[in-house]
Write a protein that binds this ligand. Sequence first.
Ligand SMILES: NC(=O)c1ccc[n+]([C@@H]2O[C@H](COP(=O)([O-])OP(=O)(O)OC[C@H]3O[C@@H](n4cnc5c(N)ncnc54)[C@H](O)[C@@H]3O)[C@@H](O)[C@H]2O)c1
Length: 269
Amino acid sequence: MQHILIIGAGAIGGYLVRELHAMYPSLRMSCIERSELIPGATKRLQDLAGTAVRLYDSVAAVPAGVELAVECGGHAAVTQHGEACLDAGYDLLVASVGALADQALYDKLVAAAKRNDRTLLIPAGAVAGMDGLAAARLAGIDRVRYTSRKLPLAWKGTHAEKLCDLAAVTSATEFLRTDARQAATLFPQNANVAATIALAGVGFERTEVSLNADPAANGNTHLVEVEGPCGSMRIELSNKPFPDNPKTSMLAGLSLLRVIRNRSEAVQV
Ligand SMILES: NC(=O)c1ccc[n+]([C@@H]2O[C@H](COP(=O)([O-])OP(=O)(O)OC[C@H]3O[C@@H](n4cnc5c(N)ncnc54)[C@H](O)[C@@H]3O)[C@@H](O)[C@H]2O)c1
């Protein structure tokens, strides 16, 4: 790969720029950031990577030659730049998978990928086992259930406040049981994992979601339970936050880096 585009120069974007520059010193890197943040972001990224990362505010402004765009700018960035990336001939790796719970946006991106013969890539992100889930799907799956558990105050500022009194929670409390479509819509900040599981498995409507406030939660924990003809799976994660953004799991940045690296490795696992 000669030229990569990173959309969103935040915690994950900055991490990718630094790691990719260290791994592939000759890789050309462009970034898209919100226009008002470009001067500060340019300096920060250039300090990070010691290289001339160039920042732009739209796909139209990015020089030719990009092979892969990596969205790590949030749901609005998928809406704003996703289709333009595919139309420009880039494959598109999407971190903000929860944006794809919007069926109209998903359909638009799939249509753009098909007409440009490009690929929309969905990383496992902050969850794991998506290879097994997507493989099990080929034989049919009976049930997928996703349980999210966080400390009560970690749900502050979200729709959870309307469903339970977080300050009064003293033991594990399930405050919502729904499907992945509704979970992703009501909880955009927490939608990425539910949406990834839905896309890898049985879709948004059939993926059961349980959201819990738990004073005993060990960080941000995810449990995925799968039952089907090929057997059952139980995938449990307790994620540590990203140093630069406590709302993002470290695993999410690593997962994106792995997908990018795999594109140029002789052996892909
Ligand atoms: N798939 C997963 O499991 C998973 C896990 C964690 C985070 N994420 C996604 O990754 C995203 C990035 O995470 P982060 O920790 O780096 O966030 P961050 O807030 O540190 O960085 C986001 C950056 O994107 C920029 N941005 C916002 N809107 C933009 C737009 N329209 N165009 C270009 N840039 C824009 C912001 O200014 C900011 O610099 C999150 O918003 C989240 O949706 C996915």
